[in-house]
Design a protein around this ligand. Structure first.
Ligand code: ADP
Ligand code: MG
Length: 232
C-alpha cells in the first residue's frame, strides 16, 4: 500500500486562560508517497501546528489523519511512538542537535534504545557521505557552520529511512547559499530515497520548486497548486 497521508476535516483549537483560539480549521489534504510538497503562509497561519499534528507530536481537536489506511490518532502512546519512529523524520529551523554529542552520535541518536536489523554504523556512514559531511564524524555541533549543522539534522532525520520527512522552516536560519544547499539536498534525498517531503518555508522561490505548493492563511488552506510530478 502506498504511504499516503490524508487529513480529513482537521481542526485545532487552543484554549489558554479561558480564551479559545482556532488555529486550524477544515483542513482536507491528501499527500502521495514520495511527493515533495511545500507549505507557505504568513507567520501564525498554522503551518507548524499542521506539521506537528501530521508528525503526531500534537493531536487535532477534530478530524482525522489517515496513514496507509489507518487512522493514526486511534493508536496508543507506544504505538504512536513506533509509528513516528518507522515513518517520520523531523527537521526544524533551530537544528536541535545535542551539543555534547559528536556528528556521528547525533545521527545515531534516534536509534538509542531501539533494536534495528541493519548495521547502523554503516548506514550512518553512508548518510554522512550523502549529506557531504565526510571527515566531520567526530566534530561537535559547535564546531560546524549553520549549514553543516542542518545537514547533520537531515542525516539524523533519515537514519531510520522514514517514509516522510517533515521540515519546519529548515532554511529559516540560513543564508541564501546554505538555504539553496539544504533545499538541493532535500531534493536529492527525495529522489534517491523516495521519501516524501513536507517543506515549510517563507521563501516563494523555494516553494515553487516543489511538486505541489500549499498556501495557508489564518489556519486554512487557501490554495493548492500542482507544480510538477513525483519522479518515482
Ligand atoms: P506558523 O508556523 O504558521 O507560524 P503556528 O502553527 O506556529 O503558525 O501557530 C499558529 C497560531 O497558533 C499562532 O497564532 C500561535 O500563536 C498559535 N499557537 C501555536 N501553538 C499554540 C499553543 N500551544 N497554545 C496556544 N496558541 C498556540
Ligand atoms: Mg512555524
Amino acid at each position: 500500500m502506498s504511504s499516503n497521508f490524508v487529513c480529513k476535516n482537521l481542526s485545532k483549537i487552543f484554549s489558554t486562560d479561558g480564551v479559545t483560539v482556532s488555529v486550524l480549521s477544515q483542513i482536507d489534504l491528501n499527500f502521495k508517497a514520495g511527493e515533495f510538497i511545500s507549505i507557505i503562509g504568513p507567520s501564525g497561519s498554522g503551518k507548524s501546528t499542521l506539521l506537528s499534528i501530521l508528525g503526531t507530536l500534537d493531536n487535532p481537536s477534530n478530524g482525522d489523519v489517515i496513514f496507509e489506511g489507518q487512522n493514526i490518532f486511534t493508536l496508543n502512546a507506544k504505538e504512536l511512538s513506533d509509528f513516528r519512529f518507522q515513518n517520520i523524520g523531523f527537521i526544524f529551523q533551530q537544528f536541535h542537535l545535542i551539543p555534547t554529542l559528536s556528528v556521528l552520535e547525533n545521527i545515531l541518536s534516534p536509534l538509542f534504545g531501539r533494536k534495528v536489523t541493519y548495521n547502523k554504523y554503516k548506514r550512518a556512514e553512508l548518510l554522512i557521505e550523502s549529506v557531504g559531511l565526510k571527515g566531520k564524524e567526530n566534530s561537535l555541533p559547535s564546531q560546524l557552520s549553520g549549514g553543516q549543522q542542518q545537514r547533520v539534522a537531515v542525516a539524523r532525520a533519515l537514519i531510520n529511512e522514514p517514509k516522510w520527512l517533515l521540515a519546519d522552516e529548515p532554511t529559516g536560519n540560513l543564508d541564501t547559499d546554505n538555504s539553496e544547499m539544504i533545499f538541493n539536498l532535500l531534493e536529492k534525498l527525495n529522489l534517491e530515497k523516495k521519501c516524501g517531503v513536507l517543506f515549510v518555508t517563507h521563501d516563494p522561490i523555494l516553494a515553487n520548486r516543489a511538486h505541489k505548493k500549499i498556501e495557508m492563511k489564518d489556519g486554512e488552506i487557501i490554495r493548492v497548486e500542482k507544480i510538477g510530478e513525483v519522479y518515482a
